[in-house]
Design a protein around this ligand. Structure first.
Ligand code: OTD
Ligand code: ZN
Ligand code: ZN
Length: 345
């Protein structure tokens, strides 16, 4: 008997952290070997705030992925309190910036330059609304009084809903949603609002991270929530709704930075991302919806053509390596040492 195989349009990853320097060179090919395009997050230190910085970063990514010459990094601008609307419009017109990223100040890794006052960047958001440039949002409030597990739900109420009321035509991607609240909110909005969902948030809940010993490699932001939220995310991803698409939020940190008294947030899921998503869709009896989520809904939202190539996955088990990379940059990948059901051909 030959193993089951599925073939789909090549997917894209609509949310990726590739880092820079040696780490970039170590991790970038894992994304480029699976995905046609990737939305590149701008949270470098210092962040990618200008067209010139983004253009130079894109060149470094292209150099790091030269074995995959068809791979296209799509760049994003990091919004700050002081970014000028003209800079964004210029970068978008020149084909450098595909989108702009909103980090509430200090919400996640390298986000201290993020936005502290939404109203302060309204001129920027109005310009984006005007030219149809998507706003990508890390949707968590950062107020110290708000419980970490409630930060996404409170963001919807206090920031996202008022923003969409003021900017009804703005295209917004609610990135890496982790709650039923966010899935329901996105589903209830117009076609200009969509969301990415990570592979890990479809598989893990907060017990996986905290029960039986703390698992630092499953710590990320937004943090995994309770089981009812995981189930709601699976329902949204596999529903066939064009509002939900693939974004791994792969975010590599060296093992030492994760296994620490103050461990960094981030899960490195790039090496086997498409296999993990495929497994999730198969488990939910929704393999027929995988191509929409992974390869069609994203380009439709971003007004880009779908990829010409196809990829195939075969139902053959494989073991995720215990570690990836070398020396100081050794990383523990998502599901290190575990067995996956599918393999990218
Ligand atoms: N979450 N880690 C990182 C970013 C994401 O919020 C995110 O997009 C990172 O390390 O850059 C993380 O846990
Ligand atoms: Zn984020
Ligand atoms: Zn991210």
């Amino acid at each position: 008997m030959t193993a089951q195989t599925i073939t789909i349009t090549q997917p894209d990853d609509w949310h990726v952290h590739l880092r820079d320097g040696d780490m970039l060179n170590q991790v970038a090919e894992y994304t480029a070997r699976q995905f046609g395009r990737a939305i590149i997050m701008p949270n470098l230190a210092p962040p990618v705030t200008t067209t010139a910085l983004a253009s130079a970063y894109r060149d470094r990514i292209l150099a790091a992925t030269s074995d995959y010459p068809d791979f296209q990094p799509l760049m994003t601008a990091y919004l700050t309190d002081s970014i000028a609307p003209e800079e964004l419009v210029k970068g978008h017109e020149q084909g450098v910036f595909t989108a702009a990223k909103l980090y509430p100040a200090n919400a996640t890794t390298n986000s201290s330059f993020g936005v502290s006052d939404m109203k302060g960047i309204y001129p920027v958001l109005e310009a984006m609304q005007e030219i149809g440039m998507p706003l990508l949002v890390h949707g968590e409030v950062v107020d110290s009084e708000i419980d970490i597990f409630d930060r996404e739900a409170v963001f919807i109420e206090t920031i996202m809903a008022p923003l969409l009321k003021d900017m009804p035509e703005l295209k917004v991607v609610f990135e890496h949603i982790t709650t039923k609240d966010a899935a329901d909110f996105v589903a209830s909005q117009g076609d200009n609002i969509a969301a990415t969902i990570t592979a890990h948030h479809l598989q893990i809940n907060r017990n996986d991270m905290l029960v039986g010993g703390i698992k630092p490699h499953l710590y990320c932001l937004p943090v995994a929530k309770r089981e009812l939220h995981r189930l709601a995310l699976r329902k949204a991803a596999t529903s066939g709704s064009k509002k939900f698409f693939l974004g791994t939020d792969t975010a590599p940190h060296a093992i030492g930075a994760k296994e620490s008294a103050c461990g960094c947030a981030g899960i490195f899921s790039a090496p086997h991302a498409i296999e993990v998503y495929t497994q999730v869709f198969e488990e939910d009896g929704a393999l027929d919806q995988l191509e929409k989520f992974a390869s069609l809904n994203g380009p439709a939202f971003y007004d880009l053509p779908v990829n010409q190539k196809q990829i195939s996955l075969v139902k053959e088990s494989q073991q995720v390596p215990a570690t990836i990379g070398e020396g100081d940059l050794t990383i523990s990948p998502y599901q290190a040492g575990e067995i996956l059901a599918w393999r990218l051909v």
